[in-house]
Design a binder for this molecule. Structure first.
Ligand code: AMP
Length: 383
């Protein structure tokens, strides 16, 4: 497969995964005249609702993966926990961007951290843990407090356990037994920031403005843009994201989550080779959204401008908001500069990402105040 091949409008994009990220990519793709097929083990999915074709099969079903790859021109991902083997099967029949190698690195915390360390990029001290003895050794090496994280299939703080000084390590390990894990030093950061970078088939890159992220219960809560950091810090964050994309030889989109320390040092926390929740503001606030940019990158097209039109903020709408019934959408829309995005999920569950609100403002801080106020207005009795 020609690694620089261009796929023009009219081509078919195959999306592995079928959640809200695939949905927003599919909407961008359809707007630009592409056809879209989505592949996942689920039916009636957020992506399926806006795709031309929704394929429901296991990622391990080789015949189904190959049949899907024959139907599309280029496959990309909206979620990185797809077996690398499935990607290799697909790659015999169509272009796959980003490559299986990128997925292999980013779907496994330990591999990702080892890759970053080898590349000489900054990250919190960590140690591999495969047994209780290794956990004890890792605690000696990394120090406490620390956080024990599963090596695979972790997101939104799932599969994480904070280990404090004096903790019972036998009990801690019992919760991870049988799974590879990573012990990471607990860092006291001053801010969490992220940079989304796109890299095309020709190696050209474009980065979105640096995002400032606030988490609640390990899940992203509010992103405001531009991050209130010194220009020199923003430039370093952007340079780090570009360095990661280059080292991965990425074709596609990559989110790099980082911790900004009080002394100005930046540590890389996590990579996601796909659109990212912290980049949703770009749908309304940038000349090109992260989803259109992903499409352009994986189709071999020139990248679009990532210029921020106005300061903006995004607030997630989790299933928790539905605890007293359907939120009162009209209330948020009384704010004329607020945009509502819902992902078409019909079962709200605690912690499940159901949608988001986006607000503009004269500054990122004011946009964040507006988006929080708009979110509060959805459930007037809740406070
Ligand atoms: P992760 O799933 O690794 O991105 O972790 C989710 C969230 O947990 C992060 O965004 C941080 O707020 C927090 N967190 C994770 N690792 C650390 C760490 N080593 N030190 C402090 N906070 C952390």
């Amino acid at each position: 497969m020609d690694s620089r091949r261009v796929f023009l409008p009219g081509s078919t994009i195959g999306i592995m995964g079928s959640g809200q990220l695939g949905r927003m990519l599919a909407i961008a793709a359809r707007r630009m005249g592409y056809r879209v097929q989505t592949f996942s083990p689920d039916r009636h999915t957020p992506t399926g609702a806006v795709a031309d074709v929704e394929v429901c099969a296991s990622y391990e079903d080789r015949r189904a993966v190959e049949a899907f790859a024959r139907q599309v021109d280029v496959i990309t991902f909206e979620f990185e926990n797809i077996p690398v083997e499935s990607v290799q099967w697909a790659a015999d029949f169509c272009a796959v961007r980003p490559s299986g190698r990128v997925l292999h690195v980013c779907q496994h915390r330990l591999r990702e951290k080892e890759f970053l360390r080898r590349a000489g990029l900054p990250l919190a001290p960590f140690s591999r843990v495969g047994s209780e003895e290794e956990l004890r050794a890792a605690v000696e090496q990394v120090g406490l407090p620390a956080v024990l994280k599963t090596a695979a299939f972790g997101y939104d703080g799932k599969g994480q356990l904070k280990i404090q000084l004096g903790a019972d390590l036998t009990a801690a390990w019992a919760r991870f037994e049988g799974q590879g894990a990573v012990l990471e030093k607990w860092v006291t950061f001053s801010k969490e920031i992220s940079v989304i970078v796109a890299r095309g088939v020709d190696g050209r890159m474009a980065t979105f403005p640096v995002c400032e992220n606030e988490h609640h219960r390990h899940i992203l809560d509010v992103t405001s843009v531009p991050a209130t950091v010194e220009p020199e810090v923003a430039a370093r964050a952007v340079a780090l994201a570009e360095a990661v994309a280059e080292q991965l030889d990425l074709v596609g989109l990559l989110a790099v989550e980082m911790f900004l320390m009080s002394d100005g040092e930046i540590l890389i926390n996590e990579l996601a080779p796909r659109p990212h929740n912290s980049g949703h503001f770009s749908l309304n606030a940038c000349v090109t959204s992260q989803f259109e940019q992903q499409l352009r990158a994986v189709c071999g097209l020139p990248l679009g401008s990532t210029e921020l039109v106005r300061p903006a903020a995004m607030a997630n709408l989790l299933g928790d908001l539905w605890s007293e019934g359907e939120p009162y959408w009209a209330a948020a829309l009384r704010y004329p500069e607020v945009k509502l995005h819902l992902y078409g999920k019909d079962t709200p569950r605690e912690g499940r990402k159901m949608g988001h609100l986006m607000a503009f403002g004269p500054s990122a801080r004011e946009a964040a105040e507006t988006v929080r106020a708009a979110r509060r207005s959805l459930t007037p009795g809740a406070e």
